[in-house]
Design a protein around this ligand. Structure first.
Ligand code: LMR
Length: 331
């Protein structure tokens, strides 16, 4: 019994340590870990957050940014946040499967026509509510950060869904994305982001899906001779923190950090599209891969093949969430 009480007290003292250190004039350290490079939408967002905190809260809060999975990768970053070993992450919404099924709405192929539709959904109440969907796990959602629409890459030309048959695709750890590739007769292999390039180069997988900025910054185009401009799904993030850590911060500091987070969110979501457009250009100019544009009829065939997922995931995601998302396209 004594041991249990002592351990509980020890654990509690760990969770309030950051606020206590603020009172003792030591800056609160926020470790912000992520898996992409500094010149992607998320990478730039993390650096801007660090810069604004340095400008406005110097001596009180210090942000340390760890890009490119240098501190934690996809396999362990969420556990690290729950343990309060890192205080901020911005994982892709596809990586929260084990905590909530509702966020799978963002993985549904062909649900959002473009990033404007995604942004409209993120402003709606249903989407705002999902920021709190992992509260019971001690995860507090601050904001949505966008990357962009995903493209399909492969060792062969993909024009029709059938062209992908029997290829293995690297995917993020999402069951819906796994089903998406099964729907077209392909295989999906869940791999951490930092293993994507190696898996493609070695031939372990023959294709993948990602945004222009992630493809270019990881040099995926150098090992994928074909890129289909499919814009079939979205890659977006949730900026998250450890709830206990966040609530232990003095109110004035927490409010300023939330203000900074709002400002950075505006910038990330405004610039993500131009960063992706520039990296599309970079890939075209590199001459590494043949770009395949789909005709309206070809795109409709992909959409039709994946359409059954809407029905089969309705109960998991929640009909209310799914229907709210279906209303944001200009059709
Ligand atoms: C991926 O694993 O492909 C992405 O989620 C990486 C990222 O964070 O953009």
């Amino acid at each position: 019994m004594f041991k249990f009480v002592a351990m509980t007290l020890f654990a509690a003292s760990l969770t309030i340590a950051p606020a206590a250190s603020a009172l003792a004039d030591e800056p609160v350290i926020i470790k912000f870990s992520h898996v992409v490079s500094d010149d992607t939408p998320k990478g730039k967002g993390a650096r801007l957050f660090q810069k604004l905190v340095q400008e406005r809260l110097a001596g009180k809060v210090k942000v340390e940014v760890y890009p490119n999975s240098t501190l934690y990768g996809d396999e362990d970053e969420l556990d690290a946040l729950i343990r309060n070993d890192v205080q901020m992450l911005a994982p892709s919404l596809s990586k929260f499967d084990q905590y909530t099924k509702q966020l799978e709405v963002f993985d549904m192929p062909f649900l959002f026509d473009d990033m404007e539709a995604v942004k409209r959904f993120q402003r709606r109440d249903k989407s705002r509510e999902l920021l709190g969907s992992m509260a019971s796990h001690g995860i507090y959602g601050l904001a949505y950060w966008n990357n962009g629409m995903k493209q399909l890459t492969a060792t062969r030309e993909l024009r029709k869904p059938d062209d992908a048959k029997n290829l293995a695709f690297r995917i993020q750890a999402s069951n819906l994305l796994d089903e998406q590739f099964k729907q077209i007769g392909a295989k999906a292999v869940k791999l951490p982001f930092n293993q994507s390039y190696k898996a493609l180069k070695s031939g372990q997988v023959q294709g993948t899906e990602n945004t222009w900025s992630n493809l270019y910054s990881q040099k995926i185009n150098t090992v994928q001779p074909y890129i289909t401009e499919s814009n079939h799904g979205v890659l977006a993030y949730m900026l998250i923190t450890n709830s206990k850590f966040w609530n232990s911060l003095p109110f004035a500091i927490r409010s300023q950090l939330e203000q900074i987070s709002d400002e950075v969110t505006q910038v990330v979501n405004k610039e993500a599209e131009s960063i992706n457009a520039k990296d599309r250009e970079n890939i075209v100019n590199s001459g590494s891969s043949k770009l395949i544009s789909l005709t309206a009829a070809e795109r409709a065939a992909w959409r039709k093949t994946m359409a059954p997922l809407l029905k089969s995931y309705e109960a998991k995601i929640g009909a209310d969430v799914l229907h709210a998302a279906q209303l944001v396209n200009r059709r």
